[in-house]
Ligand binder design. Structure first.
Ligand SMILES: [Zn+2]
Length: 286
């Protein structure tokens, strides 16, 4: 009898702890305030210390063809002499159009991270991703993508929306209506590994909740600024609700990859369509 009474207490206490953590999380995600993050942070550390690596799940075990996630930044004309750094991150609208035509010809279907996670996509699929949320995604990439009936994900820096050279909130709404997916690239593009727990959670959670409010869609994908992440960043990204995280490591996505640290294929400055296709095939056979 004593043992049963003791076990009852144990269950009751466990229930209270779970209720407390869930309540704290729900309250926080609704209010969006950062002043109350401390109990949640303690909660994260408690949970992860118990469940550990299981929090980050692997892709489904079936052996499907690997999926390339292409990484673009700007689609614009830029002078390689005056802006060599910017040139490396840019493809001209003409070259971008040639990429889409070549991918189409090679039999690729473009999908979004949401479709990827659903598992319901054709064999030769590919994800086009755009970092930073520059306004040329709307003015240059969007018309070409629509023309080819292709989709993409734009990883936007929430705090930079409506600033010069960046997408406006109105444009983001239009992109969502067009069927493009929006992902988070945090609030202010910091190196996430250098932040304390409170600011780390704020960058991950506030960008997600604000973008969900703006788009009316679930925001499940994150691109870590400059590809900087570590185990703590992954743990927070997971707890905050991200299901799909992209890095700047080079590679294709197969069943062995962890969903919160997926490699991509970097598209070089004005890289030709032929080079891009060859690079993908190279990665496939490696
Ligand atoms: Zn970035």
């Amino acid at each position: 009898m004593k043992l049963i009474r003791f076990l009852n207490w144990v269950f009751l206490l466990f229930g209270l702890v779970v209720l407390g953590l869930t309540g704290g999380y729900l309250y926080l995600s609704r209010s969006g305030t950062i002043t109350r993050t401390i109990p949640v942070i303690e909660g994260i550390n408690k949970i992860t210390s118990v469940v550990g690596v299981q929090l980050i799940q692997s892709a489904s075990a079936d052996e499907r063809q690997e999926v390339p996630i292409l990484m673009y930044h700007y689609v614009r004309e830029v002078d390689s002499n005056t802006d060599p750094l910017g040139y490396g991150l840019s493809v001209s609208p003409e070259i971008f159009a040639s990429h889409l035509a070549a991918l189409e010809q090679a039999g690729y279907t473009t999908i979004t991270p949401q479709q990827f996670l659903s598992g319901d996509y054709p064999d030769k699929s590919l994800i086009l991703s755009f970092d930073d949320g520059y306004d040329d995604f709307y003015s240059q990439a969007r018309p070409l993508l629509l023309e080819h009936q292709m989709t993409a994900i734009a990883f936007v820096i929430y705090g930079f929306l409506d600033q010069e050279n960046y997408l406006s909130t109105g444009q983001v709404e239009e992109l969502v209506a067009d069927g493009f997916e929006i992902g988070s690239h945090t609030v202010s593009h910091p190196n996430l590994t250098s932040l304390d727990d409170t600011r780390l959670q704020q960058e991950l959670m506030e960008s997600r909740t604000a973008l969900e409010r703006l788009t009316g869609k679930r925001i499940i994908a994150i691109s870590y600024p400059s590809g900087e992440y570590d185990e703590r960043v992954l743990r927070y990204a997971n707890f905050v609700g991200y299901k799909f995280g992209v890095t700047v490591e080079n590679g294709l996505v197969g069943s062995k990859n962890e969903l919160l640290k997926l490699p991509r294929v970097r598209v070089g400055g004005n890289e030709s369509a032929n080079d891009l296709l060859a690079e993908i095939e190279n990665l496939r056979s490696s």
